[in-house]
Design a binder for this molecule. Sequence first.
Ligand SMILES: Cc1cc2nc3c(=O)[nH]c(=O)nc-3n(C[C@H](O)[C@H](O)[C@H](O)COP(=O)(O)OP(=O)(O)OC[C@H]3O[C@@H](n4cnc5c(N)ncnc54)[C@H](O)[C@@H]3O)c2cc1C
Length: 445
Amino acid sequence: MTNREHEIYDVVGIGFGPSNLSLSIALEERAFDEPERALSNHFFERQPRFGWHRDMLLPSATMQISFLKDLVTFRNPTSSFSFISFLHAVGRLPQFVNNQDFFPTRREFHQYLEWAQARVAARVSYGSAVTSLRLASTGAASDRLQLAVADVTGQGCRRVEARNVVISTGLVPKMLDGVVSDERVWHSSEFLQKFRGMDPRELRRVAVVGAGQSAAEITRFLYDELPQAEVCAIIPSYGYSIADATPFANQIFDPRAVDHYYFGSEQTREAFWRYHRNTNYAVVDDEVIRDLYRRAYDDEVRGTDRLRFLNLTRVDGVKRAGAETRVHLQGGPGGEQAEIDVDALVCATGYDSMEPTELLRDLDEHCLRDEAGRLRMERDYRVVTTPDVPCGIYLQGGTEHTHGLSSSLLSNIAVRSGEIVDSIVARGAGGDYQRSLYAGAAGLR
Ligand SMILES: Cc1cc2nc3c(=O)[nH]c(=O)nc-3n(C[C@H](O)[C@H](O)[C@H](O)COP(=O)(O)OP(=O)(O)OC[C@H]3O[C@@H](n4cnc5c(N)ncnc54)[C@H](O)[C@@H]3O)c2cc1C
């Protein structure tokens, strides 16, 4: 099915983070179970090697989901690609169990992801950015899409064709309005690389903007790593708010919650966000909050003022000149304006959802949108297209409006990948996975 001269695949994945890694494993396991229905596939990743938020692998940062929500277990609990199989393979299973913790460090989870990707790496091209997608031929309806894939080292461009593409290009870092990142102003997504590029002695005063998990983790890290520095946490709220990880609230990340969201009324979907946004957005794990408070309190006991919380405060502007960075602040309990000079400013200001519009620009007229301009989605994560496009364009991420809160998270990737593979297989066989699986459910959007 695959020809090196003229590459044609049943499935091409764009981006190779955990979502498409999970998909590649689902494809591999399907091929093992049903070799006669194996789907040829290949994945393109622009990073030179596998990496999952590498610049946020802070030493003590832990996962925010159970290790059992790994790449496979919720889809196939007997898979050899599970986190438990990884622990067994590296000889750490008893020690992990003795540790009695559902939440490994992000560093350990990264080791697991690297171990898993090494087993499917033959079907991944790293250093390869997909730059555009279009129908493989104009005129008569084509059953294939053509992708342009650029070598990120500038060594040319490759064209491949796919019957189905699965876009999973990840969250998009969001900076403060009007502020651009440079060697002294960093977004949290580039934190470790920028931090390591500095001489720590030059960092006498640093500030972190934001009130979410990354902001709190970076504040704690800087306080510990820079024992001489003053660390200012600029937070818009009065204090960090806790992430609700309690069992009932956590059910919104269960696989079946996707159906409740997708088939729910507008009111239902709104309730998900209104009541449960605090499970993930602009909130911080209990343990990190307590850790930071303990440090601030110890400072008070010692009579030092090294960790400062500028609460109810927003950044109004940033002025840069050489090594100097002046941050204009607005707010504080008195609502006054102020300025601070810092040696580095970290904007832990979050991310926007995955946005495939740029990749889909040449298919714009074929991809249908709702009144708000968002892509219309089938339940099986397929973009709703005009009838003249028989190819499948699937999204892993960027579907918060149709599939709910877990869209950009790891919680559901095992099940979602399985659903996408089932859908591709059913469509290839002339069936409709969507209708067979969800027959009887409310109308599809
Ligand atoms: C610091 C941090 C910690 C997190 N921790 C958790 C957690 O504990 N639990 C949880 O559920 N969620 C967590 N998240 C949410 C996060 O979205 C998911 O963990 C996860 O990254 C989603 O995987 P993904 O494969 O969809 O996206 P990503 O991991 O972002 O992978 C997307 C990949 O696509 C590549 N790419 C982008 N554009 C192109 C292109 N044009 N061509 C080729 N490749 C491209 C990127 O280089 C990237 O490698 C965290 C997020 C952050 C920022």
